[in-house]
Ligand binder design. Structure first.
Ligand code: AMP
Length: 424
């Protein structure tokens, strides 16, 4: 029978890849907790309307990338294509604002977008990110951006750049869009078909196009959004930059960084890897001061970022920083026969309960094969058990790296491992 494969654009996270995923999740937990952020977990699917209203009907995500279906009650539901709308829905639904005026949240989980699969672009992928809900001040922007940079520094990634921009408030942006349309109208026919389509629907997305000619047209003829900001928004942006300077966070001001989602206001930023080719964005974020109100909550300025986990792993691999070892067994117990296995099971459980990683054989293999397996798993110690070891109460532990042997009593095994493993 023909074997069934995973759906196009989805990936198994294989057992030997899991240690790196754990490392990333642990860093999220520790780093974000160190700045007072709490984890939030929202459902994988939501009412379709949430994303249509939140992200914007003309965004690429809503117009063509969502996995949307009708449930048995006829309700339209969508597998979440991003986190922010869900987090804000939860914020409003559970009246977080009655508990405190500032909320700091982080998340980690799978998202779903029906994009054309390619390297770094999947249909089910994972993001981690943070949302800071309730502060309008530039120090909030700087905290979010700095935390994103700290994450990449701490995970050991070296070759990346922070790009920042401000896209102002909605009114200034609408004004800018008008000017942009006018400036580019003479060149519409030279744009790629995707950009021609976006020209009327979502012209700011032209800046995301990878086509060289489109980029040349923009470089030569597009006005810079930063020149159309109000004095207040300009001052906000300057202060964000000042805070980044104060913390020695290097950045580039990138006037083409407008981001594809409708809800952004003022600060936008992206961290790009220099190793990922076309899909080079590791992380993207920005301020969304109107979203809470647009989704039915009280007016609440907010800012956040979301980072792709698969892209981070690709970048770590490209920089050869992706090797995380599976935890090796502290002790591999090799029973010479089934009778010996019956004698050791209770010790295996006992030692595991004490916190040691204990492996044994479940394939009734020869001693030689078990020793090979212990070596393959890089066990710290190995011991071969037969009736003599069980009856005498003494066993011999061999330290695999040095070959040194240690006689130990069964009753003292835990204590011995505890004392001996650390020095090694
Ligand atoms: P976005 O929510 O589109 O701003 O994306 C934030 C980050 O998520 C990007 O910088 C990527 O690292 C990652 N990302 C977005 N879309 C995908 C995708 N289809 N496959 C893999 N990673 C993605």
């Amino acid at each position: 029978m023909k074997a069934i494969k995973a759906v196009k654009g989805t990936k198994d996270i294989l057992p030997w890849e899991i240690p790196l995923w754990h490392q990333i999740e642990t860093l999220c937990k520790e780093l974000f907790a160190s700045a007072g952020y709490q984890e939030i977990r929202t459902p994988v699917f939501e009412k379709t309307e949430l994303f249509a209203r939140g992200i914007g009907e003309f965004s690429d995500i809503v117009s063509k990338e969502m996995y949307t279906f009708q449930d048995m009650g006829g309700e339209w539901l969508t597998l979440r294509p991003e986190f922010t709308a869900s987090v804000i829905r939860s914020y409003i639904q559970h009246h977080y604002y009655q508990r405190a005026s500032l909320h700091k949240l982080w998340y980690f989980g799978p998202l779903f977008r029906q994009e054309r699969p390619q390297a770094g672009r999947l249909r089910q992928f994972h993001q981690f990110g943070i949302e800071l809900i309730g502060s309008e001040y530039p120090e909030a922007d700087a905290e979010i951006i700095t935390l994103a940079c700290d994450f990449y520094k701490k995970i050991g990634l070296k070759d990346w750049e922070l790009h920042i921009n401000s896209i102002g408030n909605t009114k200034d942006r609408l004004n800018y869009i008008e000017v942009l349309k006018k400036s580019l109208t003479p060149y519409v026919d030279d744009l790629c078909p995707t950009c021609q389509d976006r020209f009327d629907k979502n012209i700011l997305r032209l800046f995301d196009c990878k086509n060289e000619l489109c980029q040349q047209i923009l470089d030569t003829h597009a006005p810079k959004i930063i020149d159309y900001l109000s004095e207040k928004d300009k001052a906000h942006f300057e202060e964000v930059c000042e805070y980044l300077d104060l913390q020695n966070v290097p950045y580039q001001i990138n006037s083409k960084l407008v981001r594809g989602l409708d809800y952004y206001t003022r600060t936008t930023f992206e961290i790009k890897s220099n190793h990922l080719g076309a899909q080079d964005a590791l992380c993207g974020g920005g301020r969304y001061d109107n979203l809470v109100e647009e989704l039915g909550g009280p007016s609440t300025p907010s800012i956040g970022f979301a980072a792709g986990v698969e892209r981070l792993i690709m970048a770590l691999e490209a920089e050869e920083k992706a090797s995380v070892q599976l935890s090796p067994p502290d002790l591999y117990i090799a029973p010479i026969d089934n009778q010996a296995y019956k004698g050791i099971v209770k010790y295996c459980t006992h030692l595991r309960n004490q916190g040691f990683i204990i492996e044994t054989d479940l394939l009734r293999r020869s001693v030689k094969a078990m020793m090979r397996e212990a070596n393959r798993k890089q066990a710290r110690f190995v011991t071969v058990i037969g009736s003599e070891e069980l009856n005498s109460g003494t066993l011999t532990l061999k330290h695999l790296e040095t070959g040194q042997e240690y006689p130990v009593n069964w009753d003292n095994l835990g204590e011995f491992l505890e004392k001996t493993i650390l020095p090694f």
